[in-house]
Design a protein around this ligand. Structure first.
Ligand code: ADP
Ligand code: MG
Length: 314
């Protein structure tokens, strides 16, 4: 049964790559890293009831499990190549596994990601994906490079996924629920930021929390103007202004890229991000100090409450 399932996953996700010498089916995959490239690797787990609501479609779970990992590679500026998939399943539900593999494949194919192995075990539903990508040597986008005077930008729009979580089961806000279930990793955007952005992170826990990681790693502070936060039409049509601001600042699950760069590059990067289809918006600046600060309507700065997702929060 288990081998049946693994074979189905292999068939549904088939993606030919010259650098896969041995893929699924042996004891380990054998892969070739191109000369002059570094390997960027990341792994993320989705646990039922924690990272996706019970009842989420298998297709969406497969998509999202890969998407959150590609988002991590994007935040490093890496080009994705290979993935591993570990499935812990309550039972050998063939339809579920097929749906999951189809969702995974729907995102893997456009990025030419080959699934080269994994593991299959029985237990409470949990899906782990690991990804491997390539970087030109020494060019990974780190969290630690932001400088005082840099501009803070973010791709796409923020807050849709958090709003989507509130819309589940209401029959409204389908666009927002889709952003929650099938996030778009900003892989091309991350690649284009190599050599230009001074620091980069993907927004998974919430903008304030994630920009806070850049600040800590870089030894700087950030000032954000909440009025500048990019919010989608769909979000603004359904929620009050205060709610959209809260979703955008602390909602999380956006999988947009937040990055810093010297101000002279803002125009070029904005044009390039528009060309790539996601766009990017200037939302603040890097200053001396620590933590993330927000401007109030009177123009005063206040420390931002993090409010991002923390698995071990009391
Ligand atoms: P082993 O006992 O050697 O770990 P497995 O039965 O776990 O072997 O796996 C057999 C092959 O199938 C290996 O190549 C493994 O990488 C692959 N595999 C197992 N589960 C998955 C999965 N969920 N997705 C992709 N490949 C898998
Ligand atoms: Mg195994």
């Amino acid at each position: 049964m288990e081998f049946d399932l693994i074979e189905r996953v292999r068939d549904l996700t088939a993606q030919a790559r010259d650098d896969v010498l041995t893929g699924i089916g042996d004891d380990a995959a054998v892969l070739t890293v191109p000369a002059g490239r570094e390997l960027a690797v990341a792994m993320d787990t989705l646990v039922a009831g924690v990272h996706f609501p019970p009842g989420t479609r298998a297709f969406d779970i497969g998509w999202k499990a890969l998407a959150v990992n590609l988002s991590d590679l994007a935040a490093m500026g890496a080009v994705p190549a290979w993935a591993l998939l570990s499935m812990t399943l309550p039972d050998a539900d063939r339809a579920f596994v097929e749906g999951l593999a189809e969702g995974f494949a729907a995102l893997a194919a456009p990025h030419r990601v080959a699934l080269v192995g994994g593991d299959t075990t029985r237990g409470p539903l949990s899906i782990t994906v690991a990804v491997h990508g390539f970087l030109p040597s020494g060019q990974g986008l780190l969290r630690s490079g932001a400088n005082v005077g840099d501009v803070v930008m973010v791709t796409g729009t923020l807050g849709d996924a958090a709003a989507g979580l509130r819309c589940i089961g209401t029959g409204r806000g389908d666009d927002l629920v889709a952003r929650l279930d099938r996030p778009t990793p900003r892989v091309a955007a991350g690649g284009a930021l190599r050599g230009v952005a001074t620091a980069c992170i993907d927004v998974s826990d919430g903008l304030v929390a994630d920009l806070g990681h850049i600040c800590r790693a870089s030894g700087v502070a950030a000032e954000l103007d909440p009025a500048l936060l990019p919010r989608s039409e769909a979000l603004r049509a359904m929620f009050a202004d205060n709610d959209t601001t809260a979703f955008a600042l602390t909602g999380g699950d956006d999988y947009e890229l937040c990055f810093t760069l010297p101000s002279q590059h803002v125009a070029d990067v904005s044009a390039e991000m528009a060309r790539l289809g996601c766009g990017a918006t200037r939302i603040g600046r890097i200053v001396a100090g620590q933590g993330v600060r927000l401007a109030d309507t009177a123009g005063q700065w206040h420390a931002a409450a993090v409010g991002g997702w923390d698995h071990f929060a009391p």
